[in-house]
Design a protein around this ligand. Structure first.
Ligand code: GTP
Ligand code: MG
Length: 183
């Protein structure tokens, strides 16, 4: 088997921290300044797993703001995994995830053809003391949207802080470890 390259797409409302999460994961850097992403771009990072296997994650950061969204959508195609991002201090960003997920499946051309498409749920900004989305609510969403074919696999839920670099790696490493491109 050759080297794995996985296309991973970050989606979610503007300002939830998609760009910051990727920056923290790739460069271990964070900035408080907000510059909205326009369109989308990717950075590739190679990860060595515990068993010595190497996986390259091609991580796509997309635009969340409504006026730039249509530009980002064009890059969903060919995705192997998708990270649904929200801000734990902003309930609306959590509420919008069902719509993001639906749009992703449609635009990526997955639709109902692959009920096993791997999504990961990621709540960001846990460093802020004003959480309004509970872990329980996040798990509820994950259960509702879990893979139902074969053995039930629940959508994994992560809570992170791109600012403090807490749990940021978890979601990406989970994808590197579990997602396999069908041969
Ligand atoms: P779009 O590109 O518009 O879709 O936004 P985005 O999801 O890429 O958000 P971005 O990473 O640009 O972050 C938006 C704002 O939130 C910036 O001011 C960041 O500094 C801030 N931010 C991002 N992550 C965190 C975090 O974990 N904690 C805190 N306190 N602020 C964060
Ligand atoms: Mg961005």
């Amino acid at each position: 088997m050759g080297k794995q390259l996985l296309k991973v797409v970050l989606i979610g409302d503007g300002g939830v921290g998609k760009t910051s999460l990727r920056n923290q994961f790739i460069h271990r850097r964070f900035t408080n300044a907000y510059k909205a992403t326009i369109g989308a771009d990717f950075i590739t990072k190679e990860i060595e797993l515990e068993d010595g296997k190497r996986v390259s994650l091609q991580i796509w950061d997309t635009a969340g703001q409504e006026r730039f969204q249509s530009l980002g959508i064009a890059f969903y195609r060919g995705a192997d995994a998708c990270v649904l991002c929200y801000d734990v201090t902003n309930y609306l960003t959590f509420e919008h995830l069902a719509k993001w997920r639906r749009e992703f499946l449609n635009q990526a051309g997955i639709g109902d053809t692959n009920p096993d498409f791997p999504f990961v749920l990621l709540g960001n900004k846990i460093d802020i003391d004003e959480r309004v989305v509970s872990r329980r609510q996040a798990r509820g969403f994950a259960q509702e949207h879990s893979i139902v074919t074969g053995a039930k696999v629940e959508m994994p839920c992560f809570e992170a802080s791109a600012k403090d670099g807490i749990h940021v790696e978890d979601a990406f490493l989970y994808i590197a470890k579990t997602v396999r491109i069908p041969q």
